[in-house]
Design a protein around this ligand. Sequence first.
Ligand code: DC
Length: 223
Amino acid sequence: MSFSVAIDGPAASGKSTIAKELANGMGLVHIDTGAMYRAITYLCLKRGIDCQNIPQVNALLPEINIELTLDEKVFINGEDVTTAIRSSEVSDNVSYIAAIKEVRLFLVDLQREMTKNLSIVMDGRDIGTYVLPQAEIKIFMIASVEKRAMRRYLENQKMGRTGNYEEILSNLKKRDYIDSHRDFAPLKPAEDSIILDTSDLSIPEVVTACKKIISNKLGKEIV
Ligand code: DC
């Protein structure tokens, strides 16, 4: 029997890292929906399209083809953008793209299609509320914005990317605001989600907590 795990939460709350670990440990397919919004943002920036110009962004949709591979690579129209979609320019603009209803409808179709007959763990902002409201397990991850900014800062340093702590903090605050105040499918916990505060937890501790939640929901112990 296939099942779905939906993990939602604000930027840098650890969703993708945890979703990846869970997927590897439990043999699930991981779908990082944020990467899809980022890929469209990347393409707009590359084409010189203003990410707040809704008609221009929408005009691009019919020619967009996004692929996520099992080894976590992201392609848009055949171009490998796995690294490029993590740039600060993309991070600064992605919330504008994600607030466009037509972009969301386009990606939600794709996201639902990707889950067919598979056991998956999908992370994003609206998975439990909108994309997969029937998901068996819904986890909403939170952490203080300062902790999230520090995590992102350390991750950037490790990857050799630029960006200082204050800039990252202000970008996260801006994205939190836009993501949770947009009209269509805003960031919010589903009523039947379990809230997990990861502020003071290590990655293995969060993975263990998630496995416990999944075991309880499925009514059987998982490794
Ligand atoms: O998880 P992330 O930081 O890579 O997501 C990038 C942006 O995409 C984020 O600011 C909000 C948006 N997003 C969204 O609106 N809905 C999703 N399901 C996933 C991401």
